[in-house]
Design a protein around this ligand. Structure first.
Ligand code: AGP
Length: 615
């Protein structure tokens, strides 16, 4: 959470920082601020509560002129989202400013210590503790780099910080402690950048390096030097060429990023498949997975760890891997895994699924896996992110940047990646025959087109949205592989429209939620023609018998469910293993249109952030 962007070079820093913050606003939008060293040598700071637009107004009223600076968008942890809690925070002398992403877990003790030493505080934030510590250490140290290093060593908990100071006005000092989300250093022509995430600086450079835990970077116009938090220089970091182009990170003709990302799915899925499967044979190759046949044969279990939408994708993955590779699979929340004393060893593959690659709970689960010498792999969208770097192997989603806070195309790409993984494991283990592989490859080749057909329901879904937008509660039911579809559909609705929605395994409805059913609680039932179709018909009957309204997701030509449901959403028939990818599309659109109808802020729903980098 929180977004940071910094610039040092020959150009005016303010517009670069504001544009960068715009790209990072999905990480937090409680307040925003920036600081620039102006030509007179002083630090100028502008901050405001609320979205970036408010900060832009402050900057328009009182412009800042300088070629080095940094900015921040906040997702509040300590203190309410007010202007005085907005970053950057200054030290008592006004000569040092700090922006931070993360949490200082020992901030109370440090704050009390500093107050005891005469330091005064003007915010409720833990960040202000950092800037006062840097200031105090600067009085004791030789230079700013050393002062920042000393301050960082006093902090507990994950933090990524950038420090700017009039004492040494030619540099940004960046430090990273723990899993506080990424720190990306951008290498331009005679200019340098730093950011929490790639899209913030993609317009200016695609050459980037990544700061690891307990590392610092001193960034000047001409380049960067790296140190560890013990003060020892470390060698220059590998430069990564980032393939995303800035155009694909723009909203284009669409009203919202979420809408754009929903409609991108035929293309993003084509990209996910590209280069991984031979459509003539069905053979799968996953070059970055680092799991050869001997390693595959040594596995006796897979554990999927993930959060939110990525967790629901893992629920689908369990079906895919168990059925196609015949390996047992557990799925757990990243936030729970490390607290349950898990049973795993070197014969376990721990698979993290994470769009951002920076979700702190998922990273912690990976860390737990490493303690037990388990093999690790990550399905990740953000190239070069932490999860990709710390895992033994990676399968990239190749879905392109996902900006909307509500995840859409990453869900379908991560399921596709898991299908490829399941096929790969099945093929290496000799349990997936050539005929089934080829049949799946043929289905996969048709997938983007079928997703396109599901998207063609858009107008109908707008009408449904209008009809159902004023209900306060929804139930989503699915069985088997579509239990995950129900969970994901419900999550989409609640996170952007703020309507309470529950995704439930349809067979469990009679064990409790059925008590909720009446004419005021619509049920979205995933009733596709698969192994459990007949069971789903009974569930629909049970809802109707209690005056519930049913919106049913069906395949073409379905007359049985059509006769019972109040409304139908028709999607193309597909083999069971691919059906969740198609079935979720209308649920994404339904949630989207209901949210638009209700006037919600679709791309930046309240209280949420795209990358959850706090525990
Ligand atoms: C999805 O719409 C959410 N906003 C959220 O649940 C998200 O999927 C979760 O935070 C995990 O993120 P990750 O995939 O980047 O790890």
């Amino acid at each position: 959470m929180c977004g940071i962007v910094g610039y040092v070079g020959p150009r005016a820093a303010t517009p670069i920082i504001l544009e960068g913050l715009q790209q990072l606003e999905y990480r937090g939008y409680d307040s925003a601020g920036l600081a620039v060293i102006e030509v007179n040598g002083n630090i100028a700071v502008r901050r405001d509560a609320g979205k970036l637009g408010n900060l832009r107004e402050r900057v328009a009223e009182a412009p800042l002129k300088g070629t080095i600076g940094m900015g921040h968008t906040r997702w509040a942890t300590h203190g309410p989202p007010t202007a005085y809690n907005a970053h950057p925070h200054r030290d008592h002398s006004g000569q040092i400013v700090v922006v931070q992403n993360g949490i200082v877990e020992n901030f109370l003790a440090l704050r009390n210590e500093l107050i005891g030493q005469g330091y005064e505080f003007s915010s409720d934030t833990d960040t202000e503790v950092i800037v006062q510590l840097v200031s105090r250490e600067f009085d004791r140290a030789e230079d700013m780099t050393e002062a920042v290093r000393r301050a960082m060593n006093l902090l507990h908990g994950p933090s990524a910080v950038v420090v700017l100071s009039t004492h040494e006005p030619d540099k940004l000092i960046v430090a990273r402690l723990g899993n506080a989300g990424g720190v990306v250093v951008g290498h331009g022509q005679g200019e340098m950048f730093v950011a929490s995430d790639i899209p913030a600086i993609l317009e200016h450079t695609r050459t980037m390096s990544f700061l690891e835990n307990r590392e610092m970077a001193v960034i000047r116009q001409g380049g960067v030097e790296y140190f560890d938090l013990k003060g020892r220089p470390i060698p220059p970091k590998e430069l990564h060429a980032i393939p995303w182009d800035p155009i694909s990170a723009a909203r284009g003709q669409y009203r919202h990023f979420m809408q754009k990302e929903i409609f991108e799915q035929p293309n993003s899925l084509t990209d996910t498949l590209r280069g991984r499967i031979d459509f003539a044979t069905g053979q799968v190759a996953l070059s970055d997975l680092n799991l050869d046949q001997a390693a595959v044969m040594s596995l006796d279990k897979v554990v999927i760890v993930a959060c939110g939408t990525s967790y629901y994708s893992g629920l689908v993955g369990k079906y895919l891997i168990e059925n196609l590779a015949r390996l047992p699979v557990e799925v757990d929340y990243g936030s729970e895994y490390r607290y349950r004393n898990p049973i795993l060893d070197e014969r376990t593959l721990v698979l993290a699924i994470t769009q951002s690659g920076e979700t702190v709970d998922t990273l912690a689960a990976l860390e737990e896996a490493r303690k037990y010498n388990a093999r690790t792999a990550a399905i990740v969208n953000a190239v070069g992110s932490q999860a990709a770097r710390v895992s033994d192997g990676v399968i990239y989603m190749q879905a392109g940047p996902e900006i909307g806070v509500a995840s859409t195309k990453a869900y379908t790409s991560s399921i596709t990646d898991q299908l490829l993984l399941a096929m790969y494991l099945g093929q290496q283990r000799g349990v997936l025959d050539a005929e089934t592989s080829l049949a799946l490859a043929t289905e996969l080749a048709l997938l983007p087109e079928k997703v396109g057909e599901a998207l063609a329901q858009d107008e109908h879904l707008q009408e449904l949205a209008q009809k159902y937008a004023n209900y306060h509660n929804f139930l989503y039911l699915g069985r088997g592989i579509h239990y995950a579809t129900a969970r994901e559909g419900a999550l989409k609705l609640k996170e952007i429209s703020y309507i309470h929605a529950e995704g439930y395994p349809a067979g469990e409805m009679k064990h409790g939620p059925i008590a909720l059913i009446d004419e005021n609680m619509p049920t979205v039932a995933v009733a596709l023609r698969d192994r459990l179709y007949d069971k789903m018909i009974s569930q629909v009957e049970q809802v109707k018998a209690r005056n519930g309204k049913v919106i049913a997701l069906v395949n073409p030509g379905d007359e049985v469910v059509a006769a019972k449901a109040d409304d139908l959403i028709v999607i193309p028939q597909a083999v069971e293993w691919l059906a969740p990818i198609i079935a979720v599309i209308p649920l994404q659109l339904l949630a989207y249109h209901i949210a638009v109808w209700r006037g919600s802020d679709v791309d930046q729903p309240r209280n949420l952030a795209k990358s959850v980098t706090v525990e």
